[in-house]
Structures are given as structure tokens and as C-alpha cells.
Design a protein around this ligand. Structure first.
Ligand code: EPU
Length: 426
């Protein structure tokens, strides 16, 4: 298994520019399936999840070129209606192609994604929404078969604002007959980015970013060029690295409102954050302040994708913080590993834990439990004087482009020890 060895103690400081958001590019790549033409996408991060999506597109007959952060997809010919189970197993979020496939074709078959490390992650909301649009769905032996008996605009009222279900519905509705109304839609910035991409290729979507999205079906789409929004979670992760190590960080190319739920918590921890033009400057706290309660919630609440990293920061705070994870039922796996590094964490319930700040963490060998949990361990290691080993880093590489080179450019002593390993994700 590949791993990082980290000798902490250096300040993480300097200037940073982050490429496009993982959670934007994945649905946008899925959306290219709808387009019977060429899609050109810029600012595409070089992460393993993107390669899984590229493989999926190639497996159904699309021609794909990815170079220097630009992805060109020619989806004029689709030669397969089925998505190979192998890819859905590699990356759970590949279920996002389902809406686009049934928007484009009369039939599609995809493996059920099942649960993953961070939770059971059912897709009932995705399937119910597609059924509302007239798609007949048969679930059989772990596979989902979708038949486009018809595809008509409808009213969908989500009982929870699921990101993936909102995206799958938008993708299917783009070519439906009539208007689709989504109530209680997810409001994440990545959904706005998907709307912008879809509209740039001729779709008629409005409302993304609010909890009501309306999609007026169109018959044809056309060539498109789009630039993906910066990754707010990757930026937040590096901000925590600087906050934990006492470094000042300047980040170019941020979308300020997207950063606010994260900046708000970092300010509560004592960081000073100033927005300048389309960048930000973060000055670390002299003493890391404990935050009484960190509760994850859908956007614009505090993102679950930053929970583990913020917990690392709180491990070194001047008091006690309570974390309440409300989005996923099993997103505390990093706690056991942080404890190995000396963090003082106590479970209250499965989804609530209490962390009491300590003066220093200490080195150990730890394993990334998942993408964000792995990032949290790297952050903790950056503060530790001895050598810390973080293994199972394929999780981290799913979502962070060149994390070790980026951290090195900001002052970290981090090395990647390569080994052959199985890549899998969720
Ligand atoms: N849920 C259901 N039924 C559904 C769909 C979701 O019960 O049909 C539940 C899930 O089990 C989960 C909660 O609703 O407990 C939230 O799931 P959601 O559908 O909103 O999340 P997702 O689309 O599966 C995306 C991101 C995640 C991010 C969440 C929440 C992508 C590719 N993934 O997942 O990103 O945590 O939204 O913001 O966009 C990450 O980047 O580390 C990551 C896990």
C-alpha cells in the first residue's frame, strides 16, 4: 500500500491556487453523456475519481481527451447502454450517470452502488424521482434497469435535500417533455455549477442554489465549454493545515460565498480571514479556540466534507468541542486514528463525539479510513515533530490533486512511498 511519511513542525504557508471541485466535475462529466456533441471542460482536477469517470465514458463509446486540466468529451456516439459494474464498485458516485444515461437513451442498466465506508447511502430518492419522471425501474440481483417508457416533466418533493438525487433528477429532466419542479432540492454550490454547465449546452434550468429548481425539457443540446468552480473543500483543508501549523495562507481564485460556512468555523477557532478580490488571506490563531458545537448540515450549513479536518484542528484547541455528524451515519472513523496520534476524543453517541484539545499530538502509524478522514490525519501529522506514517492514501488521492506536492510547496516535509495497491472509493 502506498503511504505518506510526514515530518511535521513546519509552518504551512504561502500562496495556493486550487483546481476544480471534485463534487462538481463528477456530475458535469456525467452530464456530457446527454450532449450529442463535444464538451470542453477546463479546471478539471487530476484526481483518481475523474479517471474512473473517464473510463466509464470510454466504456460506453465516448471519445475522451484529458490534458493539462482540460477534458474534451465527444459523446456523439454511445455504443453501450450498460455501465460496467466494475466502475460503480470503484466509485459509488458513478451512480450519477444514471440520470444522464436515461435522458439520452431508451434504456440503461447500472449496478446498485450499495453502501460504503461512511454510510449505507441508499439511492431511494434518486429512483423515486426518476419514477416520477416516467422511467420504469426494475431492480434485480443488485442491478438497476431503467426503461424510458416515457420521460415527462413532473413535480418532485425530496424529503431530504440529497445532492446526488438532485443532480440525477436534473440530468434526467433536461430532455424530458415539459417542466420538472424540484422542491427541497440540495443547495450545494456544485449544483449551481452543474446548472451552469447544462445551460451552457442549451438546457433550461433555473433555481440551483435555492431549494427550488425548475427544468424545462429541451430536445437538443449543443457544443459547450465550461470552467469548473474551485474546490471549496480542498481550499478549506489547506486553510486548516495553515491554522494548525501557525502559517499564513493566501488562496487565489475562491468563490467567497462558497467559502463562508467553512470560514465561519475557522473564524470561531480564532483564524482571521480576509477576502480580497477573488482571493482570501488567512492568518492563523495564536491559540486555537475550541468551538462549542460543530454540527454538519446541508449547504449553507457546515459541510460534512470538512468535519474530519475541523476535528483535527480542534484536537489542538484550548478547550472542549462537540461534533455532531448529521449527514452520514458512519463518518467518525478518523476518530480512532486521531486518538492514536494523541487526540482526546470520547464518543457520546455514534454520531456525536467530544474532543478535548491537547497541547501536542504524537507520531504513530495511522490509516486513512476514507477521503476526508485521511486528509484529517495528514493535517494532524503536519503538527507532529517525529515521523508519522499515513497509509491507505488511495482514499485521499480520490479527491485531492497532488496533495503531497502542494503541501511541500507550502513548506511541509512529506514524502509519498509508492506501492502497488487496489484503488477503490465511494
Ligand atoms: N440519502 C438517502 N437516500 C438517497 C440519497 C441520499 O437516504 O436516495 C442519504 C445518504 O445516505 C446520506 C445523506 O442522504 O446519509 C446525504 O447524501 P447525499 O445524497 O446528499 O450525498 P451524495 O450525493 O451521496 C455528495 C458528495 C459527498 C458529500 C455529500 C453531502 C459527490 C460526488 N459526493 O454525496 O462528498 O459528502 O454530497 O454533501 O458529490 C466527499 O467529497 O468526501 C463526499 C463524500
Amino acid at each position: 500500500m502506498s503511504k505518506y511519511t510526514i515530518r511535521g513542525g513546519n509552518k504551512i504557508e504561502g500562496r495556493l491556487a486550487i483546481r476544480g471541485a471534485k463534487n462538481s466535475i463528477l456530475p458535469i462529466i456525467a452530464a456530457t453523456i446527454l450532449n450529442e456533441s463535444v464538451s470542453t471542460i477546463h479546471n478539471v482536477p487530476d484526481i483518481s475519481d475523474v479517471y474512473v469517470m473517464i473510463k466509464i465514458l470510454e466504456s460506453i463509446g465516448c471519445k475522451v481527451k484529458y490534458e493539462d486540466g482540460t477534458l474534451v468529451v465527444d459523446s456523439s456516439n454511445i455504443s453501450s447502454m450498460e455501465i460496467d459494474e466494475h466502475y460503480v464498485r470503484k466509485m459509488r458516485s458513478s451512480i450519477i450517470v444514471m440520470g444522464a444515461m436515461i435522458g439520452r437513451l431508451d434504456y440503461t442498466k447500472i449496478s446498485h452502488p450499495g453502501g460504503c465506508a461512511i454510510g449505507s447511502r441508499p439511492i431511494d430518492l434518486h429512483l423515486n424521482a426518476l419514477k416520477e419522471l416516467g422511467v420504469r425501474i426494475e431492480e434485480d440481483d443488485g442491478f438497476i434497469k431503467c426503461f424510458k417508457d416515457k420521460l415527462v416533466g413532473s413535480t418532485i418533493n425530496f424529503e431530504f435535500p440529497s445532492v446526488g438525487a438532485t443532480e440525477n433528477t436534473m440530468l434526467a429532466a433536461v430532455k424530458a417533455k415539459g417542466t420538472t419542479k424540484i422542491y427541497n432540492a440540495a443547495r450545494e454550490p456544485e449544483i449551481e455549477d452543474l446548472q451552469d454547465f447544462l445551460n451552457s449546452m442549451g438546457a433550461k434550468v433555473r433555481g440551483a442554489g435555492t431549494n427550488y429548481i425548475e427544468i424545462e425539457g429541451v430536445e437538443t443540446l449543443h457544443e459547450v465549454e465550461h470552467t469548473v468552480i474551485p474546490d471549496r473543500i480542498a481550499i478549506g483543508t489547506y486553510m486548516v493545515a495553515s491554522a494548525m501549523t501557525g502559517g499564513c495562507l493566501e488562496v487565489d481564485r475562491v468563490i467567497i460565498p462558497h467559502m463562508e460556512p467553512i470560514s465561519d468555523k475557522l473564524r470561531a477557532a480564532g483564524c482571521n480571514i480576509e477576502y480580497k478580490g477573488n482571493g482570501l488571506v488567512m492568518t492563523p490563531p495564536k491559540i486555537i479556540q475550541a468551538i462549542d458545537l460543530v454540527r454538519t448540515s446541508p449547504h449553507p450549513g457546515f459541510p460534512t466534507d470538512m468535519q474530519a479536518q475541523l476535528m483535527s484542528l480542534m484536537a489542538l484547541s484550548n478547550g472542549t468541542s462537540v461534533f455532531h455528524e448529521t449527514i452520514f451515519e458512519n463518518r467518525f472513523m478518523h476518530c480512532a486514528e486521531l486518538t492514536r496520534l494523541g487526540a482526546n476524543i470520547k464518543y457520546i453517541t455514534e454520531n456525536i463525539c467530544m474532543i478535548k484539545g491537547v497541547a501536542n499530538l504524537h507520531n504513530a502509524k495511522v490509516k486513512s479510513p476514507d477521503l476526508r478522514g485521511g486528509a484529517a490525519l495528514i493535517l494532524a501529522a503536519l503538527t507532529i515533530n517525529g515521523e508519522t506514517e499515513v497509509s491507505n492514501i488511495y482514499h485521499v488521492e480520490r479527491g485531492y490533486e497532488n496533495i503531497e506536492q502542494t503541501l511541500r510547496s507550502l513548506g511541509a516535509e512529506i514524502l509519498k512511498i509508492e506501492n502497488l495497491e487496489k484503488v477503490k472509493g465511494c
